[in-house]
Design a protein around this ligand. Structure first.
Ligand code: IPE
Ligand code: IPE
Ligand code: MG
Length: 241
């Protein structure tokens, strides 16, 4: 069923660092990939909770530029999980009017996965409901470095006047250029760190670090955090009159 996004006073954009799959599996005496599969199954419920929660943009961290340091078995298992996830969820996402985008550097990803990512983006490009952005091989520093490289190329080719470069110029070169900045960033699993996620974009985001491991994270907890956000006083450096 296609639900309209509820009008609220935010957060418009929630970003989630989905952490704790490995520990969740270890606690059950199972291999880490078992946790990743359980984690992938949580995504749909959170996406479905967005319209009622008034969340128009949801960005989720699925694989970081640093996650290549894991064992070959875990990395290959994650890549195969991403391919299966896309193939399996495509219809449901489209029928729920979810527009999917991917951020991160595709150059290091398997061409079959990249083809599926392109296809899903294309297939949902006319959807007008929740904007789901999935970060795969994403690292904020890598994103900024790639953006600066293209910006420098444009300047060298005379397409960009270096004297005009400002914050807005760099924002246009980021993978996230079509997204608003996140209002709320949630990290599960009890770790209170950012791990190279949306550093530039989250300059004024509110943060929530919760102990729940990602495969246990529920729509109720998500909605509670979103409601907690509304009680916060965002000042953006100013003093309220
Ligand atoms: C998050 O869960 C998913 C990815 C980083 C791919 P982890 O795999 O980091 O789980 P923990 O932190 O080891 O429990
Ligand atoms: C961050 O989790 C990346 C993702 C959730 C995809 P990690 O588990 O990789 O982060 P660290 O290593 O604990 O900082
Ligand atoms: Mg982790």
């Amino acid at each position: 069923m296609v639900k309209p996004i509820r009008e609220t006073d935010g957060p418009r954009h929630v970003a989630i660092i989905m952490d704790g799959n490995g520990r969740w599996a270890t606690q059950r005496g199972r291999p880490r990939l078992f946790g990743h599969h359980a984690g992938a199954r949580r995504v749909r419920e959170i996406v479905e909770a967005c319209p009622d929660a008034g969340v128009k943009y949801l960005t989720i961290f699925a694989f970081s530029t640093e996650n290549w340091k894991r064992t070959q078995v875990e990395v290959a298992g994650l890549m195969s999980l991403f391919r299966r996830y896309i193939a399996k969820e495509t219809r449901a996402l489209k029928s729920e009017n979810v527009r999917v985008r991917f951020i991160g550097d595709r150059i290091r990803l398997d061409h079959k996965l990249v083809a599926l990512m392109d296809e899903l983006e294309q297939f949902t490009s006319t959807c007008t409901g929740v904007n789901l952005t999935i970060a795969i091989n994403y690292g904020s520093r890598d994103e900024v470095a790639r953006a600066v490289k293209r910006l420098a190329q444009d300047a060298a080719a005379g397409r960009l006047d270096p004297d005009t470069v400002n914050e807005e110029t760099l924002t246009r070169y980021l993978d996230t250029h079509v997204l608003p900045d996140p209002d709320l960033v949630i990290r599960t699993s009890g770790e209170a760190r950012i791990s190279n996620f949306l550093l530039w974009q989250s300059a004024y985001a509110e943060y929530e670090f919760v102990d729940t491991l990602w495969p246990d994270f529920s729509a109720e907890e998500f909605t509670r955090l979103v409601e907690g956000y509304r009680a916060r006083d965002r000042r953006f450096g100013a003093v309220k009159a």
